[in-house]
Design a protein around this ligand. Structure first.
Ligand code: ZN
Length: 635
């Protein structure tokens, strides 16, 4: 390009410079008015540099971290465009690409003004973690919900200067640097108007904000160049007080993570938590923050089994490396409307899920017993999941947009986003193979150290890897194994046999015992009946069948979803009655169920079953080294 320009006459060059749009040089300004957010409305106004002619504008469709076209465009209202003189411009929506709007920019309009309102608190299944939320006295904002960007914009170059207006006396926290220079303090200052420094579109989208009347900012007690914080908002200040002991565990989380993955790759980290029972249960990764919604008493409740809701934090933290520093090729593009290639999610989420539990146990968020118990349950889950025989793990990644929500019926056959948990089992097998093959000298930690050894990357623009990069790096760490074949058989093909051999490799056997022990909680007194491990069904308190295991005694008896169990062995149905019948089954060899099959017809079903109650447990095999203990040990 430069060479060709050099041969042009100077006059042509000057003319070209005069008419060339200087759009990239002028930042778009974005003013978000969240003073109405308690009423679940946010208003925004953008001033976007423009040139005469047809112009495309996009609402963020492929939100980072969601990996599917779930940008909640359905909640955008009051969408209006004006030229620089304030004259309304007609816009058109692309019916084949509903997040794309086209407008004709008139002559002598160096910018356009776009305004919209966003209806909060009603995300789609796939956009819960990238939505905007308003609650009485607090909330959280994802910038992707309140802006459009020019179709030609490169997210790594296109600059946006954002301002956020909040109700009086609210404070805000975000990783986005503020105009007054409080870059590393999480912008936790009381103000009505928060002005942020111009940032690339990529960085803005990667920097959500939480805010409220009661915002608590606690520094994680670790001596680190990159300060780490926990910020939380809730309806009262007491709910936002994370005990010192848990902050210490987060400090250890940072230390243990860096021993595995290398130095923290960014310059600050903010754990942004919305504490609410109304919008709980999501977490999403950013480069310098994580945006989490958890139950309002999560900080103040005594620690609950299995690490409690805090276990989401190590997961999102690991994504700073495995997502934000390095991501699969084709997953992220220069904009947010080009479809992502998601088949390598078994690395992005599978490796992250494997290390979530490891970092959690190494930093004390999980006990070793909880760690082993979770693993036993995970293996047990997949040994029951018949869908593995038609659909590979990779296929759950390729089709992930349809697999976030539960399948009300036959979920085992449809599968869910199993590249997370079954992906984690794959990585545990890899870890075990390396440890056994090198007599404990090397492990998957060494793979991570090499794999994530890349220079700094801009925020929101990770370096990339391919399937080959993964195989090559595994070979660099341990070459005496056919990694390509392992990836193919475990991840890229359906399995023939549902059995998972991993426990033997770890020095354990997976057994099903008749009595709950250790981490198993007894289900006695539970109104529901959770009996997937034994007769192969779950039923709710009314006796309605809510889950079936393909190939189980319940399946063979041809019970089905929606049928309602009325009586068990001649007694009225209850969770306890069904459990008792299962407990007696080694003596009886059968269970007789009276079932209402269609609302009015009663039919008797006989289950041939004699296995009693079954609880999965990993039992130590003393003839082999205990790899689980080695894996769980802090470094
Ligand atoms: Zn994740």
């Amino acid at each position: 390009m430069l060479n060709r320009l050099r041969s042009l006459p100077i006059a042509v060059l000057i003319l070209a410079l005069l008419v060339a749009p200087a759009r990239a040089d002028r930042p778009m300004t974005l003013v978000v008015d969240a003073t109405d957010i308690e009423r679940r409305l946010v208003h925004s106004e953008m001033r976007i540099p423009a040139s005469p002619g047809e112009m495309d504008l996009y609402f963020v469709e492929w939100t980072p971290g969601n990996h599917n076209p779930s940008g909640p465009i359905q909640n955008v209202v009051n969408f209006r465009i004006e030229d620089s003189a304030g004259k309304a411009l007609h816009w058109r929506r692309d019916p084949t690409h509903v997040t794309r709007f086209t407008v004709d920019v008139p002559e002598r309009s160096p910018h356009i003004t776009v305004s919209l309102s966003y209806i909060c608190n009603q995300p789609g299944v796939n956009s819960r973690s990238t939505d905007t939320y308003g609650l009485p006295g607090y909330g959280g904002l994802n910038w992707n919900t309140v802006l459009v960007y020019p179709g030609e914009a490169d997210k790594g170059e296109f600059m946006v200067e954002a301002t956020l207006r909040l109700p009086r006396d609210w404070r805000a926290a975000t990783s986005l640097p503020r105009h007054d220079g409080a870059d590393k303090a999480g912008a936790e200052v009381r103000a009505t108007e928060h002005r942020y420094k111009p940032a690339t579109l990529a960085r803005l989208i990667d920097s959500p904000v939480i805010f409220g009347r009661h915002l608590n900012s606690q520094r994680i007690p670790i001596d680190h160049d990159a300060p780490h914080y926990v910020h939380s908002v809730a309806r009262s200040p007491e709910l936002c007080e994370l005990p010192e002991a848990r902050l210490e565990k987060f400090a250890e989380m940072v230390r243990q993570s860096e021993k595995i993955f290398g130095d923290f790759p960014f310059s600050q980290y903010h754990i942004l938590v919305i504490l609410s029972d109304a919008i709980t249960g999501f977490g999403i990764e950013q480069s310098e923050s994580t945006f989490i919604g958890m139950g309002e008493r999560s900080f103040v409740n005594a620690e609950t089994p299995r690490g409690g809701p805090m276990a989401v934090v190590p997961h999102e933290y690991i994504h700073c490396w495995n997502a934000k520093l390095m991501a699969p090729e084709g997953m992220f593009h220069e904009n947010f409307h080009t479809p992502a290639l998601t088949q390598l999610m078994w690395v992005y989420e599978g490796l992250t899920s494997y290390y979530t539990d490891i970092v959690a146990v190494r930093c004390g968020l999980l006990t070793e017993d909880e760690f082993v118990h979770r693993l036993a349950n995970r293996i047990n889950t997949y040994e029951l999941q018949a869908g593995r025989q038609w659909r590979s793990v990779e296929d759950t990644a390729a089709g992930l947009r349809h697999l976030r929500a539960r399948s009300a019926s036959w979920e085992d056959l449809r599968r869910r986003q199993d590249y997370y948990a079954e992906g984690a089992l794959f990585w545990m097998e890899v870890d075990a193979i390396i440890r056994v093959g090198t007599a404990g000298q090397r492990s998957l930690d060494d793979f991570c150290r090499v794999f994530f050894e890349v220079g700094p990357v801009p925020i929101g623009e990770p370096a990339t890897y391919t399937r080959d990069t993964v195989i090559d790096t595994l070979n660099r760490v341990y070459s005496d194994h056919d990694w390509d074949a392992l990836v193919r058989t475990r991840l890229e093909r359906p399995v023939e046999d549902l059995t998972i051999d991993l426990p033997a490799l770890l020095g354990y056997t997976l057994e099903r015992v008749n009595e709950p022990i250790g981490e198993h909680s007894s289900s006695d007194g539970d109104e529901h009946a959770s009996l997937r491990n034994s007769i192969g069904l779950n039923a709710n308190r009314e006796g309605e069948i809510t889950s079936m295991v393909a190939g189980s005694a319940a399946d063979r008896a041809r019970l089905g979803y929606g049928m309602r169990i009325v009586a068990v062995n001649g007694k009225s149905y209850s969770g306890d009655a069904l459990r008792e019948a299962v407990r007696q089954s080694p003596d009886t060899g059968r269970i007789e169920l009276l079932v209402n099959i269609d609302g009015e017809t009663l039919e008797t079903f006989t289950l041939r079953y004699n296995g009693g109650m079954r609880y999965p447990v990993l039992v130590r095999d003393e003839s082999a080294p205990d790899l689980l203990s080695a894996i769980a040990s802090p470094r």
